[in-house]
Design a protein around this ligand. Sequence first.
Ligand code: C2E
Ligand code: MG
Ligand code: MG
Length: 573
Amino acid sequence: MGEFDKNSALLERSLRELKRLSTFLDHNPNPIVELDRNGAITYVNLAVFQKFLDFTTERNAHPMLTGVMDVVARLWESGEVVATREISIGGDRYEQQISLSLENQLVRVYLNDITQRKHAEEKILRQAHYDALTGLPNRFLFIDRLNQSLARGKRRGQMVGVLFLDLDNFKQVNDTLGHTIGDTLLQHVAKRIESTIREGDTVSRLGGDEFAIILVDLDRSEDIIRISQKLLDIFLLPIQLKNQEIYITASIGISIYPRDGKVSEELLQNADTAMYRAKEQGRNLYQFFSSEMNLKIAEKLSLEMAMRQMLPEKQLLLYYQPIVELSSGKIVGMEALARWKHPEWGLVSPSRFIPIAEETGLIVPIGEHILRMACAQIHCWHDQGFQNLHVAVNISARQFHRQDILQTVGSALSESGLTASLLDIELTESILQSTEFTVATIFNLRAKGVKVSIDDFGTGYSSFSYLKRFSVNKLKIDRSFIQDIATDPDDRVIVKTIITLAHSLRLKVIAEGVETNDQLDFLRAHECDEIQGYLFSPPLTAEEATQCLSKWQYVSDVPPHGRGALLYNVLIF
Ligand code: C2E
Ligand code: MG
Ligand code: MG
């Protein structure tokens, strides 16, 4: 064999060898792409086309090449030759290896499908953290989430609620209908709970028929009550299983961070204890761990229930407390003070029922009723000859915002025929902190001719600059300052200052809660305009108030009220 033949046989063998080797690449089941330094494709194996039917050789046009050149740039910079990362393409997961071939300045991209492995890993993770039956977080994940919620609550100074919910008589369902039905029931319950709690809250199945719930972002304990009630309400409707309707109820125990515990285990334990108490109390209810919370709620609930009877049963009364003008010694007005005459509890004070009325929205009809009654009563006194007597009606902040106050005032005035300027609306300072809405509403009330006073002045965030902005008529100095005038020099300065500044803004000043002659003397000396308090008269029924008015105006030598005798001597000139 000549030299030439030898060489050509060698070449042929090498070519065959090369071809054979290249089939390794071509038929490799994993996608492989080669790029030049500029990102242009120089080789693609068959697996690429088999896996990605939409693959084209256009530069970087496919998701499998997205970002590859950025990685390459980083590799060049760092002097490394291989980088591995995980990417997703159309829901599948791949491990992508990008390597530089330095001698021929090429980039090789290898893909390895790891979708299956990822699914398996996730499944294991789920099994470790989630309940297989309901798909809810299990106890392990629950504690983890609770720890996070507690840390957040601590940072923000917010409460965290832990609810322990246990189905009533679940064992009976299991025993009589079988475990399959029992399991389906639990899945339904899980769904209902999940759709009841708010986003951000967590529900978990601890095991059996026990569920635990974390409530976050709580500003008031009332929020917990509302959600607990909603959770009990999800059992009002039967659970529909195949051909069967199952009625079931639950008992809930509640513990609250930080009052009932600082750490997860303690809170869960205390919620569990409270849940047992709910069972003892007759099931289908919730109980707080702290007994004082339970009392508060029980009282509140019964007040709320009873309050719904207040208007239909005509249990709402108004008492009237005379307002005396110091310069003339005359009764110039009456403050209407609400009273709830309950058939069993007797007279309930407004400071107890007004806040609950505000929360439940009952304040709207109650407030309307009060305004109407007060205007009608004053008008009636005018008819009896007590002219120019004005009436002061309290409107609380939440009432002010909930009710269409302009319309309510308007109709109370037109119904009673009372002159607008004889109606004085008392607002508390907390209203003044808020919005354009308040400014506009006060402005519109004033435009109607209605007077506006600031009640309990000095207890809130009072600021004289607010007063200018809100254009009110009168300040009512809070009782707490008047109380200690005789003994506390600071209070004397405060009262004196309020009077002086109010006068400089052309506002009238009234002192509330005047009980002694010393207080009266001081107020008179500093030219307070009006006073109101037990020294002259406590709040009176409409009848008593009529008597007081007649005696005061016509029988000038008889004190209008026993306790007012001292003042009477001072005031009769
Ligand atoms: P307020 O408007 O500051 O009413 C004055 C409160 O002080 C009344 O309590 C009155 O009975 C009491 N008081 C009057 N003179 C004296 C005194 O010399 N010494 C002492 N210690 N107390 C005196 P009341 O009637 O229990 O009302 C409490 C609060 O409830 C009222 O405070 C007012 O904020 C609210 N309120 C009363 N009626 C209504 C109403 O119709 N609607 C609204 N939204 N709130 C009302
Ligand atoms: Mg008042
Ligand atoms: Mg007051």
